[in-house]
Design a protein. Structure first.
Ligand code: LLP
Length: 382
């Protein structure tokens, strides 16, 4: 039974909805800021994980920076009061209007992924009489051992500049008068629960730092991206990852130059555990081999199970009957609209309230209106 959920208050509440535990979010953010603060590290929240206003305002109040991947994200960050000097803008395909918007906003840096992109930023900045600050997104070829859809740091990925191209890129920058090279940017993947790949990343960063030093190129910022994973299986036992151990890996392995800043772009680890998708059982249907609990949330509300075979813990919050096995499925016309197969749940019936846990990251923000379904609303803890 999910006693931590205010189920009694939800009798009249239409489902499905995203429920956000702001207390847990606050504790998570305070822990991150404390642990990062020990080493003077800067934390940017990766807005792509969840751009819900209530969550963003908690970040903004605590002075986190923000990592954006579109012009609209940059605009939203500025509108919500994030300090433009703490906004970074990454993305492999930045459109001209997005670059212009970010230049006008005076963001801290563009994380740049290719020479053609550098040339366009140089030209657009020149037209405005500005110098654009950039960090080069380097593909460090570190295997993050995560799901292949969310690995990003390998040579065959579309992201970043490959190591053998760095020299060419640096030579190009020398001829671009409206570009200011501020630092390097990396991101090796997402949902990384073993800290070893981050150590591998540090080693690559150190090698690159030596290369830049030999050429007398000063780098102000080393941005190591995000990717720290969470425990989807035991969200109550591990409501937040071990941030202390995570930051320690960088502290112990990164060889920094005097005055260098280290930036992080954490998404999932900040917001995943505070969010649950709350849904009601519409029908329980006997199948040939199984019982289907058909709920009123669908893959359009939470696409991770369908898209990545991702696991989200499923809990019946209102029943304490005898345990049985249920396939928990949504109403969308796709066989992949399934949140879990053979899930152990107490005796489940129409009207029961079900929580799909750890849905605060890449849940609401990846929702669609497929089948013309409405977007799920959000509800916050008191
Ligand atoms: N920085 C960059 C450059 C990124 O590409 C990402 C995530 C992050 C930071 C934040 O990573 P995080 O700390 O959240 O792992 N939709 C997928 C995850 C896609 C991650 C994309 N990049 C999912 O639902 O698992």
């Amino acid at each position: 039974m999910g006693s931590k959920f205010p189920v009694a208050q939800w009798e009249q509440q239409p489902t499905p909805f995203y429920y956000y535990d702001l207390k847990l979010l606050g504790d998570t953010l305070d822990t991150v800021m404390h642990e990062a603060g020990k080493y003077g590290y800067h934390v940017h929240y990766a807005m792509k994980a969840n751009a819900n206003d209530g969550l963003l305002s908690e970040m903004q109040q605590r002075g986190l920076g923000i990592d954006c991947v579109s012009g609209n994200e940059v605009r939203k960050a500025i509108e919500l009061g994030f300090d433009s000097s703490k906004v970074v803008y990454a993305g492999v395909g930045k459109a001209d209007w997005e670059i212009n918007l970010a230049l006008d906003a005076g963001i801290f840096a563009f994380n740049v992924e290719s020479i053609p992109e550098l040339e366009v930023i140089n030209e657009l900045a020149g037209k405005k009489g500005k110098k654009a600050s950039v960090a080069l997104r380097i593909n460090p070829n570190v295997n993050a051992n995560t799901h292949h859809y969310i690995t990003t740091g390998l040579e065959e990925n579309k992201f970043g500049i490959n190591l053998w191209d760095v020299e060419k890129v640096v030579n190009t920058i020398a001829g671009l008068s409206n570009i200011q090279l501020e630092g390097l940017h990396f991101h090796i993947g997402s949902q990384i629960t073993d800290l070893e790949p981050f150590k591998g990343l540090c080693i690559k960063v150190n090698e690159l730092q030596d290369w830049f030093e030999e050429r007398h190129i000063a780098l102000k910022v080393i941005n190591v991206g995000g990717g720290l994973g969470i425990d989807y299986h035991e969200p109550d036992m591990h409501p937040m990852p071990n941030f202390k151990a995570y930051f320690e890996v960088f502290h112990q392995n990164l060889q920094l130059r005097p005055g260098q800043e280290v930036h992080f772009e954490l998404g999932r680890s900040l917001v995943a555990q505070c969010g649950s998708l709350i849904t009601r059982v519409l029908y329980v249907k006997e199948g040939v081999n199984t019982k289907f609990a058909i709920v009123d949330a669908g893959m359009n509300d939470l696409i991770r199970p369908a898209l990545y075979q991702a696991y989200h813990k499923i809990q019946n919050l209102t029943s304490n009957g005898e345990i049985g096995k249920y396939d928990v499925v949504g109403p969308v016309c796709e066989s992949s609209d399934c949140f879990g197969k053979a899930v152990d749940m107490p005796y489940t019936k129409r009207g029961d309230i079900i929580a799909l846990r750890s849905a605060g990251a890449y849940g609401e923000i990846m929702a669609s209106r497929y089948n013309l379904r409405e977007f799920a609303k959000s509800v916050y803890s008191e």
